[in-house]
Design a protein. Structure first.
Length: 623
């Protein structure tokens, strides 16, 4: 995840955006669209020797958003950058430009032009090639150039200029930004920004160009890197790898090999669904477990396409395979970022309630408050990674807008995720005044590694926090908003809601980013249990209101990327002090009485008198 400022945002992972909050960084803002984008039919069908090219694909259009400066009637220049001697379109000519416009925004645009330039122009007039466009419509707009642009191996920028009465007119698509895919300026107001290099995560500019005369190979397929994959010992797994057809011919089959160190498998051929030129598809690659339950780097090489040699400049992909002894249960962790000042944060309130009601203790919930009475400084290092409010991290690997529908879609995926280890946790008060907690964990990994890089962090969460005054009243933008009728409580409540109780609140944490030093051994042996104990001093945790409502959460963290690989949570057992008249190592409890001599069936606060099987009596104080 890219580190961004603590500003308002919405994060989307589904085809439809379930959020209306705003992402803002410096001068740039993003506002999500509320419905999926539906492109009209393209005006230009490529002729022989022509193809549409762009960093984006039709698949990216399943997730769209608009960006701008938050002000209307601002002239914008938006572009992509193509480096010199590009491996696909280093030669040829640009015949047309395709500009995508979000539903409902075409009518808001004026002063439209497409342009091409060897350098980023300070103003539209400074571009090398400028062509006016009468208007733009919603969907795909194919604009034929009056004079085709000869690429001839040079680097160039290509884009469009608009002024719009909408504050967020520049359409981006896809969930992740990639290099060269989004550059934007507002002449006289904002200098050029390269979104990827400057840490924005707005996606790619929704723009393509029609190329003619490029010297393309007939058969060319490039695979995408596939990350880390786990497979049980003596088993195989089928991995869907994204592949891009950069050749002239439709792809129907590929041949591939897998290399581990100096060993390469025999070539294997598989069929694919037809993938047209410059489209993406999926190849189901089979990966077999290694003999050792360890981590090994893998190189996938696509050797042939439709039985012919693969002509792609990039014909390999990298990934890691971890062979595990078993697939343990994953306990996902949702860290929701919220605040009483945040008007859209009731969406996250409802999202967390949905997860709690649906999954119970199968999912760990942590509500991290910012700039309100429930904020804890212990979470500052994680808050610095947050794009905005409301938002959430799931295992710190997925940045998710915390709408119940997003959780409904993603939590089953997180529960089914193969994790590398398990953790259990027990906690009890360490003294009578309940100022410190004795925490014990047991960790077990399902693979071996000589240089493990893991740590255990602890979070203290509390239910039922409440208070009086304006800082405790929740701002509520859902009030009366017809889009949120399903959020009955918030829809019917006023714009400021008082008297709430806040659950799952992080009121303290210890080494929250990477875990405590020496909490996990660097030498990891598969299926070996590691014990770790920690005494947590809570005397300075001023956010705590009721110590009887506290829980301890243990997070098993991969320090190499900060992700949470598993978690556990527990309530805190009472502090016990035993006064033994005599004891036997094998004695067990046979009866228990209170201080008045009445028999009780379970521990009670105060003095408990315990009769043991060897006839001895033990007095225990239960706090």
């Amino acid at each position: 995840m890219k580190k961004q400022l603590l500003l308002l945002c919405a994060i989307m992972i589904a085809a439809c955006s379930y959020g209306q909050s705003l992402l803002k960084k410096d001068n740039m803002e993003r506002a999500p669209f509320k419905v999926p984008f539906k492109a009209n039919k393209a005006n230009i069908t490529p002729e022989d020797g022509q193809f549409w090219w762009g960093y984006m694909s039709e698949t990216d259009l399943s997730t769209t958003n608009g960006i701008g400066t938050g002000a209307t009637n601002i002239p914008f220049l938006a572009a992509i950058y193509v480096p010199a001697n590009h491996d696909v379109i280093g030669r040829g000519k640009i015949k047309a430009v395709r500009v995508y416009v979000q539903n409902g925004l075409g009518k808001t645009m004026k002063d439209v032009s497409v342009w091409i330039s060897a350098n980023k122009p300070a103003t539209l007039a400074a571009a090398d090639y400028v062509q006016s466009v009468a208007s733009l419509s919603d969907g795909a707009n194919d604009i034929v150039l009056d004079t085709p642009f000869d690429i001839n191996g040079q680097a160039f920028y290509v884009g469009y200029a608009i002024t719009s009465s909408n504050a967020y007119p520049i359409m981006c698509c896809g969930n992740e930004s990639t290099p060269n895919t989004l550059l934007i300026s507002a002449p006289g107001r904002m200098e050029w920004i390269d979104a990827y290099n400057e840490g924005y995560d707005f996606g790619k500019l929704a723009l393509q160009i029609l190329i003619e005369g490029a010297d393309l190979p007939s058969y060319s397929v490039s695979p995408a890197d596939f990350g880390t994959v786990c497979v049980e010992k003596n088993a195989t797994t089928t991995l869907p790898v994204t592949i891009t057809n950069t050749g002239k011919e439709t792809v129907t089959s590929i041949s591939y090999t897998i290399t581990t160190g100096s060993n390469t498998t025999e070539e294997k051929t598989i069929s694919t669904t037809p993938i047209p030129s410059f489209a993406q598809g999926t190849a189901n690659i089979e990966l077999a477990a290694d003999a050792e339950t360890k981590k090994f780097d893998k190189t996938l090489t696509i050797t042939k396409v439709n039985g012919e040699a693969n002509g792609a400049a990039k014909n390999t992909a990298q990934g890691t395979l971890i062979t595990v002894t078993e697939k343990p249960q994953s306990v996902p962790v949702i860290e929701e970022f919220t605040g009483t000042w945040c008007g859209w944060c009731p969406v996250g309130f409802a999202g967390m309630q949905y997860v709690h009601d649906t999954y119970g203790d199968q999912v760990v919930l942590i509500a991290v408050h910012y700039n309100d009475p429930m904020q804890t400084s212990d979470y500052t290092s994680i808050l610095n990674r947050v794009d905005g409010f409301p938002s959430s991290f799931v295992n710190r690997t997925v940045d998710l807008y915390p709408h119940p529908l997003n959780f409904q879609s993603y939590i089953p995926v997180a529960l089914a995720h193969t994790t590398l280890g398990t953790i259990t946790v027990n906690a009890e008060w360490d003294n009578e005044d309940m100022s410190s907690i004795k925490i014990d964990t047991q960790t077990k990994f399902v693979y071996s590694e000589d240089n493990g890089n893991y740590g255990i962090a602890f979070v203290l969460v509390e239910d039922g926090l409440k208070g009086t005054g304006s800082s405790w009243s929740q701002n509520n933008y859902l009030s009366g908003d017809s889009d949120y009728k399903d959020f009955k409580f918030w829809y019917e409540s006023p714009s400021r809601v008082t008297g709430l109780e806040f659950d799952h609140v992080a009121v303290g944490a210890w080494n929250i980013a990477n875990g405590l030093a020496n909490s996990v051994n660097t030498t990891i042996v598969a299926d070996e249990i590691q014990d770790y104990s920690y005494t947590a001093d809570i005397s300075s945790k001023s956010v705590i209101q009721d110590k009887t409502k506290l829980k301890v959460v243990a997070l098993l963290i991969d320090k190499s990327d900060g992700s949470i690989i598993n978690a556990a949570q527990t309530t805190i057992d009472d502090y016990t002090t035993g006064i033994n008249d005599a004891s036997s190592d094998n004695a067990v409890e046979t009866a228990r009485y209170n201080i008045n001599g009445h028999k009780i069936n379970a521990p009670q606060h105060g003095v408990n008198i315990i009769r043991m099987s060897d006839g001895t009596v033990k007095k225990v104080v239960i706090k």
